[in-house]
Design a protein around this ligand. Sequence first.
Ligand SMILES: Nc1nc2c(ncn2[C@@H]2O[C@H](COP(=O)(O)OP(=O)(O)OP(=O)(O)O)[C@@H](O)[C@H]2O)c(=O)[nH]1
Length: 377
Amino acid sequence: MPNFSVHRVKPSLSDLVRLRLFILTGGVLIALFMIGDLELLPAELERSYLGNRLFAQLPIIFALLAFSFHPLFLRFKQPAVLVATVALTYANYFLIYRCWQLAGFSFPYEGTLLYAFFGFFVMGMNFGYALALMLLSSLGFLALMLVHPVYGDRTMINAGFVLASLFIGVIGRHRLDHLLGQLQDANRKLVRLSTTDALTALFNRRALMTESEKLFSLLQRSGQTVAVFMLDLDFFKQFNDHYGHQEGDKAIRIQADIMREVFRRQTDVLGRYGGEEFLVVAPGLSAAECQVKAREVLQAWQQRAVPNAGSPDHRLLSCSIGICHGSAVNLSSLHEAIQLADEALYQAKNNGRATYAVAASAVSAAAAPIGTEEQRL
Ligand SMILES: Nc1nc2c(ncn2[C@@H]2O[C@H](COP(=O)(O)OP(=O)(O)OP(=O)(O)O)[C@@H](O)[C@H]2O)c(=O)[nH]1
């Protein structure tokens, strides 16, 4: 199967900037609520209230904001948001308690829900952390209500309301996670479909070129050798005509299987170049190793012993291989390497097929020149 490079969705820099803006918005909202709250609160509670907001809740927000600039933030975002939200919620519980204790004032409980929903949906807590927040917030609120019935005869109905709202929030978070998971799966499937050749499960032409270009640039930068193999089935038109298209498809799959057997390294890029033509771009092979690989492919076809009765001399099905090997810096582009491999393939075809040929002009200064060499198996 092709090797896909993108799998996990990593937060980008703009995601991080957006997250910081959200944290800041949370701080601004708390500040705005202060204006409204101070209108409602009895005068004797103002000091406690301001102390709680200015020296507990806002510093928690700023601590989270400051941590978002730390390199470890992305790794610990979920626990950090949980800790901050629980801290805010419990600071609010303390405020509810103080207002009740100092002036018998029933401070609103809605902050509990605002903080939780901010964590669940704005800060993007995942289900596990959302559940933990729900449990911790519910336990704290229940404990406070049981010890101090702040809301009089409405205490328990209000507690029920808080618990139910938190529960609904967590279910919402779970549903969202589930849908996001489905979206990511669908996305992965789309990426696979758009990069894979359906018949062989190798890279299709587009993905093959993209991955090969990436590998080639890397090899050019690091001054390594590159080997480009162009493989083409022999007398395949006759094979198709004789055995039918479905048998032809099977033969194409055999070619792909053989390539996977021979070019096994993670770094080898293999794909279907078009029709019955295949391409391999392999890094770091010596000139001699390239020839060994080509021979292995040809031997594998011999071992499969697939008859091609339609071919002129009724031979077994086989392929021809053109190789371009050299130091990547000596090649102007991947395109040039493919062209050289293609010319070598043409030569292998002219030399009787079921053979390989090596393009001379791309041989690296470092590697022993192998010139053109054909070997009929
Ligand atoms: N079954 C099948 N055949 C295909 C597929 N793609 C291309 N072909 C066939 O591959 C054949 C290629 O024919 P040619 O280009 O003449 O090559 P060839 O007969 O192998 O001749 P040489 O390459 O010179 O040995 C054509 O008959 C195409 O129809 C495919 O996906 N499945």
